[in-house]
Design a protein around this ligand. Structure first.
Ligand code: HEC
Length: 120
């Protein structure tokens, strides 16, 4: 099976839940548990994003999530499989004249991922 990369659907920069469901749920699942429809194509599946706080002494690691979606995602590189798409590039492609919006998207999505935590 191969993951089909499609052109990113535009959503408002503050629509964290809509962006999560549109951009992230295919791998991480709408509930964040890591069982989206694309996971069979991933070498190790997608990580469970509902445990981020539980694995960080009960504190949601927002900088980790925002960084994973930022232009620093490669230098702070997450994991080893490189199967997590380059979201910064995708977000900049939506607002190429105003790249700060890419960071706002990362923040809005992170806020939604925080609501999925089993420990809050
Ligand atoms: C094509 C599948 C796919 C999509 C879509 C995807 N991810 Fe991922 N993501 C992964 C994989 C695979 C990893 C693990 C990378 C590794 O270990 O090499 C990962 C890792 C992560 C991590 C690091 C988790 C940890 O415990 O370190 C975060 C945070 C994350 N993704 C958030 C997101 C968000 C938010 C979105 C939507 C903007 C998203 N991902 C979309 C596949 C995906």
């Amino acid at each position: 099976m191969k993951i089909k990369m499609v052109r990113i659907t535009p959503h408002p920069v503050d629509a964290g839940k809509a962006m999560y469901n549109s951009y992230c749920a295919s791998c991480h699942g709408e509930d964040g548990k890591g069982y989206g429809p694309a996971t069979p194509a991933l070498s190790k599946g997608a990580p469970d994003l509902t445990l981020l706080a539980a694995h960080n002494q009960g504190r949601y690691p927002k900088y980790k999530v925002i960084t994973a979606l930022s232009k620093f995602s490669e230098s702070h590189h997450i994991g080893t499989t490189s199967e997590m798409p380059d979201w910064y590039k995708a977000f900049v492609s939506l607002d190429s004249t105003n790249p700060i919006k890419a960071d706002l998207r990362a923040i809005s999505i992170s806020r939604h991922v925080q609501t999925l935590q089993i420990v809050r």
